[in-house]
Design a protein around this ligand. Structure first.
Ligand code: PRX
Length: 657
C-alpha cells in the first residue's frame, strides 16, 4: 500500500474557490455557518438532529454506545421501521397524493406512484413475502433492474424486518450465486428480463443458473417485465410477482418495529480480496444519516423533485434514490435507461418534463455530456434545477465548469460528494448554502465528521501534502460490520491506523487524498486493490482470479488505467503457460471468463499478453508500473524491478492493441 499510488486526477488542477450562487443560499436548508462548531461542541449529541428527522416507535436511550468499538452502536434502545418512515407517516401528514416515485422507463413510458399508491404496493408485496415464508431477519436477495418493483421490494422487506441484499442486475449468475451463498439467502426477487437498447435481455436465465450452484432451497419471485417479448415458464418454487400481489390485493401489514441497530440491508461490494464483502447497514443510524445528508447536502425539501441517476443496485441508489428522499417525503425520480438512448438529450428531456430540482450524477456521465456538446441540454428548459451533485470519482475542473455553466446555468451550486458503500451516506463535501466550492476538491468533512489525511504513521500530513484518507470518529451511517465477518471488518478498515491499546479507533477508507490549509480534501483514488470503473467498484483480485481460471494462463495482474484519456478502464496483463498461444482467441476466453464471474461491467479494455509480469526482487508484481503503462504516463521508479528488460515489451504490447 502506498498513497503515492493513488491516482485519479492531476492534483495541481484544483480550481479557485467559488461562492455558491446567492439565489441558492437565500433558500438553502442549512445556512448557519455555526453548524460546524455546534456539532463539534455537542458531539455526539449533535447527531440527534439526524435522528429527529425520523419518527421513532420508541425513543432511544443513548445517542452513541462506544463500548465495543469499533463495533459502534447508534441510537441504542430506539425502535423504528424504515418503511413506516418512508411511507405511512407521510400519509398521516396529509401527503397521500404527493408523488413519491416518478419512474421513467427505457422505452419512453413513465409512471408516477403517489405515497398512497406506493404504500398499497409495498403492503401487498410485504403480505406476499410473508405468505412465502419470509420471516424477520431472513435475507431477501433482490436482483432487479431499475423498475418500480425494485424499491417496492426493498420497502416491503423493510416493512417486515427482513434485510434485503440488492445485487446489481448487470452482475453475472456467478456473482449472484456468490452473494446469495454468503448471505445464506433463501429468497430471491428477480424478473424475466429487461430491455437493453430496445432488445429483450434475459435475466431469469442468469438467476436460474445462479441457483443451480446453491445448496439452499430458494423461493423465487419473478416480475414479468417483458410479457410477450420474452415468454418464460416458471419452475419449481418460482412465483409470478403479479399473481402473488393480486392474491394479497388491498392487504396491509403492520410495520415491524425494529431495533435501531437491527440490520436494514446488506450491500455486497468489492474489497481487497477475491471475495465480495457484505457491508451491514442498520435501521436507525443509516436511515437518520440518509435523511440528514439528503436534506443538508443535496438540499432536498419535501416538495422537491429529486433525481439521482445512479442504479439502485449500488449504495448511491439505496441512499439517494430510495431511503433519503422517501424518508423526507419528497418526489424521487427513477430512470431505467441510459443517457444517450433514444438520443443524447434524454436526461435533459426528463429534467425538463418533470421540473427536476436537484440532479445528482457521476463525473463519468458529466464527461460524456461535455463530449456530446451543449446543444443537447440547450434543447430543454433546465431552469427548474437548483442544485447539482457528483459522486463516485473525482471531477476535474474542466467538466466541473461545463456542468456548472451548461446544466446549472451558473445558478446551481455543485456538491462533489465523497463517500463509500461503507459510510452509508455522504461524509466529505461542501455544505452548499455555506461553503465555497473548489472545482476538483470534494470539500471539507461534513459537520460532526472528523476526516483527516495521514501519513504511514497515522500522523496528519501538512497542508498541500498527500496521504491516506481516514475518519477519526464514528458517524450514524457507518457500516456496523461485514456479514459473518466481524474479524474481517476490523482487519479491512480499523487495523491500519488504530491504536486499540489507547482505545483510539481510526477508520481507513482505502483512498489517498490531499488536504489544503482550509481543510478541503482532494481525493486522489484508491490505494488498495480496488478500482473504480465508470462508478462501478471492482476488485482487481476478483478479476484476476477469473482470469487465472482460463486454461493456458500462467499469471495475471489487473490494474486500472486511462489509456491517456479520461475515465478508468480495466487493463489485464497476462502471461501464458508454456505451449499456450497468446492471441485473440485466448484474449476472448479471458474476457468471457471475467464476464461470467462478474459481469460485463468488468470487461477489460485491453488484454495485454507479456512473456513475464514485472516483479520486484521479492517476487511481488509491480502494479504501480503497470498502472503507469496502462495510463500512458511517465514511469515511476523501476529500480526495484528484478526483470527491468520486460518493461519495453509490455509498453509496446499495450500501445499495440
Ligand atoms: O475511491 C472513492 C470513490 O469511490 C469509492 C467508493 O466506492 P463505492 O463504495 O462503490 O461508493 C461509490 C459511491 C458512494 C471511494 O473509496 N469516490 C466516491 N466519491 C468520490 C470518490 N472519489 C473521488 N471523489 C468523490 N467525490
Amino acid at each position: 500500500m502506498d498513497y503515492r499510488n493513488g491516482r485519479g486526477q492531476d492534483t495541481s488542477s484544483v480550481g479557485p474557490p467559488q461562492r455558491p450562487p446567492s439565489s441558492f443560499v437565500e433558500q438553502a436548508n442549512v445556512t448557519d455557518e455555526g453548524i460546524y462548531e455546534a456539532f463539534e461542541e455537542n458531539w455526539p449529541a449533535c447527531w440527534e438532529r439526524a435522528a429527529a428527522l425520523l419518527e421513532w416507535d420508541e425513543a432511544y436511550d443513548d445517542v452513541l454506545d462506544e463500548e465495543d468499538a469499533p463495533f459502534y452502536e447508534w441510537f441504542t434502545g430506539g425502535k423504528l421501521n424504515a418503511s413506516y418512515n418512508c411511507l405511512d407517516r407521510h400519509l398521516e401528514a396529509g401527503r397521500k397524493n404527493h408523488a413519491a416515485i416518478i419512474w421513467e422507463g427505457k422505452r419512453g413510458e413513465s409512471q408516477t406512484y403517489t405515497y398512497r399508491e406506493l404504500f398499497v404496493k409495498v403492503n401487498e408485496f410485504a403480505a406476499a413475502l410473508r405468505d412465502l415464508g419470509v420471516e424477520e431477519d431472513d435475507v431477501v436477495t433482490i436482483y432487479l433492474p431499475m423498475i418500480p418493483e425494485l424499491p417496492i421490494a426493498m420497502l416491503a422487506c423493510a416493512r417486515i424486518g427482513a434485510p434485503h441484499s440488492v445485487v446489481f442486475a448487470g452482475l453475472s449468475a456467478d456473482a449472484l450465486a456468490t452473494r446469495m451463498d454468503a448471505a445464506d439467502s433463501e429468497y430471491l426477487v428477480t424478473c424475466d428480463g429487461y430491455y437493453r437498447r430496445g432488445d429483450a435481455f434475459n435475466q431469469l436465465s442468469k438467476a436460474d443458473n445462479a441457483l443451480l450452484s446453491l445448496e439452499q432451497d430458494v423461493s423465487t419471485v419473478v416480475v414479468d417485465r417483458l410479457g410477450e417479448d420474452l415468454p418464460h415458464v416458471l419452475g419449481d418454487r418460482q412465483y409470478d410477482y403479479h399473481d402473488l400481489v393480486a392474491e394479497h390485493a388491498g392487504e396491509t401489514v403492520d410495520p415491524v418495529s425494529r431495533g435501531s441497530e437491527d440490520m436494514l440491508f446488506l450491500m455486497y461490494t468489492s474489497g481487497t480480496t477475491g471475495k465480495p464483502k457484505g457491508v451491514v447497514h442498520t435501521t436507525g443510524g443509516y436511515l437518520s444519516y440518509a435523511a440528514w445528508t439528503t436534506r443538508a447536502v443535496l438540499d432536498v425539501e419535501p416538495n422537491d423533485t429529486h433525481w439521482c441517476s445512479a442504479d439502485i443496485g449500488w449504495i448511491t441508489g439505496h441512499t439517494y434514490i430510495v431511503y433519503g428522499p422517501l424518508a423526507l417525503g419528497t418526489t424521487t425520480v427513477m430512470y431505467e435507461g441510459t443517457p444517450d438512448y433514444p438520443d443524447r438529450d434524454r436526461l435533459w428531456e426528463i429534467v425538463d418534463r418533470n421540473a427536476v430540482d436537484v440532479f445528482y450524477t457521476a463525473p463519468t456521465a458529466v464527461q460524456a455530456f461535455m463530449k456530446w456538446g451543449e446543444q443537447y441540454p440547450n434543447q430543454h428548459d433546465l431552469s427548474s434545477l437548483r442544485l447539482l451533485g457528483t459522486v463516485g470519482e473525482p471531477i476535474s475542473p474542466r467538466p466541473w465548469r461545463w456542468y456548472y455553466e451548461h446544466i446549472g446555468d451558473e445558478e446551481c451550486p455543485i456538491v462533489d460528494t465523497w463517500w463509500q458503500t461503507e459510510t452509508g451516506g455522504i461524509t466529505v463535501t461542501t455544505l452548499p448554502g455555506i461553503k465555497s466550492m473548489k472545482p476538483g476538491a470534494a470539500g471539507p468533512p461534513l459537520p460532526g465528521i472528523d476526516a483527516r489525511v495521514v501519513d504511514d504513521d497515522g500522523e496528519s500530513v501538512s497542508p498541500g501534502e498527500s496521504g491516506y484518507l481516514t475518519l477519526h470518529r464514528p458517524w450514524p451511517g457507518m457500516a456496523r460490520t461485514l456479514y459473518d465477518g466481524d474479524e474481517q471488518f476490523v482487519e479491512e478498515y480499523w487495523r491500519q491506523f488504530s491504536t486499540p491499546d489507547d482505545d483510539e479507533w481510526v477508520y481507513f477508507s482505502g483512498d489517498a487524498a490531499r488536504i489544503d490549509d482550509d481543510d478541503y480534501i482532494t481525493i486522489l483514488g484508491r490505494v488498495d486493490d480496488v478500482i473504480n470503473v465508470a462508478g462501478h467498484r471492482l476488485s482487481t483480485m476478483e478479476i484476476e482470479s477469473a482470469i487465472l481460471g482460463v486454461s493456458g494462463v500462467a499469471e495475471a495482474a489487473v490494474v486500472g488505467g486511462n489509456g491517456g484519456s479520461s475515465g478508468t478502464d480495466v487493463y489485464a496483463y497476462v502471461s501464458t503457460e508454456n505451449g499456450a498461444e497468446p492471441g485473440p482467441s485466448l484474449a476472448a476466453a479471458v474476457t468471457a471468463s471475467i464476464e461470467s464471474a462478474i459481469g460485463p461491467i468488468a470487461r477489460p479494455e485491453e488484454v495485454v499478453f507479456t512473456s513475464e509480469l514485472p516483479k520486484t526482487r521479492s517476487g511481488k508484481i509491480m502494479r504501480r508500473l503497470l498502472e503507469d503503462i496502462a495510463s500512458d504516463e511517465e514511469l515511476g521508479d523501476t529500480s526495484a524491478l528484478r526483470n527491468p528488460e520486460i518493461v519495453g515489451e509490455i509498453q509496446a504490447a499495450t500501445r499495440d492493441e
